[in-house]
Write a protein that binds this ligand. Structure first.
Ligand code: DGY
Length: 319
């Protein structure tokens, strides 16, 4: 008899086909979001869970996971929605999907950098509002990327992939991370030993760090004050790395020039202040929304589940 697998959302065809070839899949055909009560009730009837970042497995929820569940795999690189120590304490193996998102997310970061620098959302809005008066020398004048310093906070796979793309636009790459990368990964990027040092040079600043107790809300008024005046910031990591009230105040005052944001604290209910700010370029968490990425994420999440059922460690086990 096949094992039963709860998949909390619909996934790309290729991923679902692979899942169905091995497991009896339990999911909502209409892709509606499951509440946590429903996830926990359904968990009693299956052998493993394939979840997304929308289902929050905090300690109080982990405590309610039924005994039959020893395998949880998330369809995401981020795992700030899973209390890993609480899983361990319950004997639950948890895993993530760490590689599929890399290129797609770096592309979105690049798109945000370009869109923010060249005021893409204002241009788009002008046309859609039928308010374009025609070409004019001073209309929506932005900034070029070439020769500018791009500071990358978090120089893991996505940060490095962004650096590679930004080099193609002749940007000068600077970064800060807890660990310095070897020269073959730096590829000429300039390492800063502190975040403050990185902020001081970052005409463009990209947030590429995971959400952890150490990084949460690090981007706040004090951080912003250290950036060059009018700096452009983009965030493709997690919304809760940013203090929204401080970011919005700085965008209003001009202390920050522009923000390109793909992620928001409390999404999809984002801070009201963003909606009417003209100097923002806003996406609904599209970082990994490329089919190549979404397929690979699914395969990685399934690799975890297959390995765990085979009595092995998950290849992308969270520790
Ligand atoms: C992830 O995988 O954590 C991303 O945020 C999804 O796009």
């Amino acid at each position: 008899m096949n094992k039963r697998l709860l998949i909390t959302r619909r996934l790309p065809d290729a991923v679902e086909a692979r899942a169905r070839a091995t497991y009896d899949v339990v999911q909502h055909a209409d892709d509606r979001q499951m509440g946590m009560d429903e996830v926990l009730a359904t968990a009693k009837t299956v052998d493993a869970l394939l979840i997304t970042l929308n289902e929050k497995f905090r300690a109080d929820v982990i405590a309610k996971v039924p005994e039959n569940i020893k395998i949880i795999s998330t369809y995401s690189i981020g795992f700030d929605h899973i209390d890993v120590p609480a899983c361990k304490a319950r004997g639950i193996q948890a895993g993530n999907a760490p590689h599929g998102v890399t290129v797609a997310t770096a592309e979105i970061a690049m798109l945000l950098l370009l869109g923010a620098a060249r005021r893409a959302s204002e241009g788009e809005q002008m046309i859609r509002a039928r308010a374009w008066p025609g070409w004019a020398p001073l209309q929506l004048v932005g900034r070029r990327l070439d020769g500018k310093k791009l500071g990358i906070y978090g120089f893991g796979k996505i940060g490095q992939a962004l650096a590679q793309r930004a080099r193609g636009f002749d940007m000068e790459i600077h970064y800060y991370d807890i660990y310095r990368q070897p020269p073959e990964k730096e590829k000429g990027a300039i390492y800063h030993e502190s975040l403050n040092s990185l902020l001081g040079v970052s005409e463009f600043f990209s947030i590429n760090a995971p959400s952890t107790p150490e990084t949460r809300y690090f981007f706040n008024q004090a951080t912003i004050e250290k950036l060059p005046h009018g700096a452009i910031v983009v965030n493709t990591a997690r919304g809760d790395l940013v203090n929204d009230a401080d970011m919005i105040a700085a965008l209003k005052s001009g202390r920050l020039g522009y923000a390109g944001l793909d992620v928001f604290a409390g999404e999809p209910k984002i801070n009201e202040g963003y909606y009417d700010l003209p100097n923002t370029f806003l996406f609904p968490h599209l970082g990994s929304a490329a089919i190549e990425a979404r397929n690979q994420m699914g395969f990685e999440a399934l690799d975890n589940i297959d390995a765990a059922f085979a009595g092995k460690d998950m290849p992308f086990k969270l520790t």
